[in-house]
Design a protein around this ligand. Structure first.
Ligand code: IUR
Length: 260
């Protein structure tokens, strides 16, 4: 692990095998927090090549389970938004896509910084369960055309540990680390296509257009190498989206939209 930290500190690229071994150690707990944190900080400063980002994403996918859809007819799709104030598009989009015959096994996230989380919004509905086991998520997607679930312990578990340490060490804002984190969970859903809504503007996580564009390019280039069809849109997040802000209000707005 010391050699891998040294290599990243010096701006060198790691091999696929090194990255796989690193992620294995993150997942099985054999690498300690301090060393992972140092590695994350080195990556945050020095970056990663597209090959390294792809290897990191693949290893993170392989750290857990991948949803299997063999023999299930239909096309599975999903979207990811980098988020912003009032961004609630997933809520009306999933049922709309399901109504058009698509299937959306959506693993959603929680609030991050000032940006809201789809799971937190859904929990404004009394009794709504977001803790579906992966098999229940698959069953519901087959039956209804979609489901909102959370990343469980068996889906990209390496991301869970890395994300916690990124949060604790101020290394969240790294394009390769964001890319691997987002794509590992989306690719593990086993979807055929992915739409990436990359926000830019004062209310976005990455405010600058150049940063947002670089993230969008990193996401689609890495997705392509994973064999996952994707398209990215840079969309404006310089003002709140829609008419409401706040978990329960955004659910009410979604229901109004779905009722036409
Ligand atoms: N959402 C994720 O799933 N991962 C990340 O690193 C960020 C948002 I930033």
């Amino acid at each position: 692990m010391r050699d891998w930290i040294e290599a990243k500190k010096a701006g060198k690229a790691l091999s696929d095998a090194d990255i796989r071994a690193f992620v294995a150690g993150v997942t099985d707990g054999s690498i300690e927090d301090a060393q992972i944190a140092a590695w994350l900080m080195a990556v945050c400063w020095r970056g990663m090549t597209t090959e390294e980002t792809t290897a990191l994403t693949q290893a993170m996918i392989a750290s857990g389970r991948t949803l299997a859809w063999a023999g299930v007819p239909g096309l599975r799709v999903d979207k990811h938004s980098t988020g912003g104030v009032g961004d609630k598009i997933s809520l009306p989009l999933l049922p709309a896509v399901a109504a058009c015959g698509g299937q959306v096994p959506m693993i959603s996230g929680r609030a991050l910084g000032h940006t809201g989380g789809t799971l937190d919004k859904l929990e404004a509905i009394p009794g709504f369960r977001t803790d579906l086991a992966l098999d229940a998520l698959i069953e519901q997607t087959k039956r209804l055309g979609g489901a909102f679930g959370a990343a469980t312990d068996d889906l990209a578990p390496a991301d869970r540990r890395l994300y916690r340490l990124r949060d604790a060490t101020a290394t969240v804002a790294s394009i390769p680390l964001i890319t691997a984190s987002i794509l590992s969970k989306k690719a593990a859903e086993g979807v055929d296509g992915l739409v990436l809504d990359v926000k830019c503007g004062g209310g976005a996580f990455l405010a600058g257009r150049d940063d947002a564009r670089n993230l969008a390019l990193s996401l689609i280039n890495t997705a392509e190498r994973l064999g996952l069809k994707s398209v990215a849109l840079l969309t404006d997040m310089s003002q709140p989206l829609g008419r409401t802000i706040g978990n329960a209000l955004e659910i009410a707005e979604t229901i109004d939209v779905l009722k036409g």
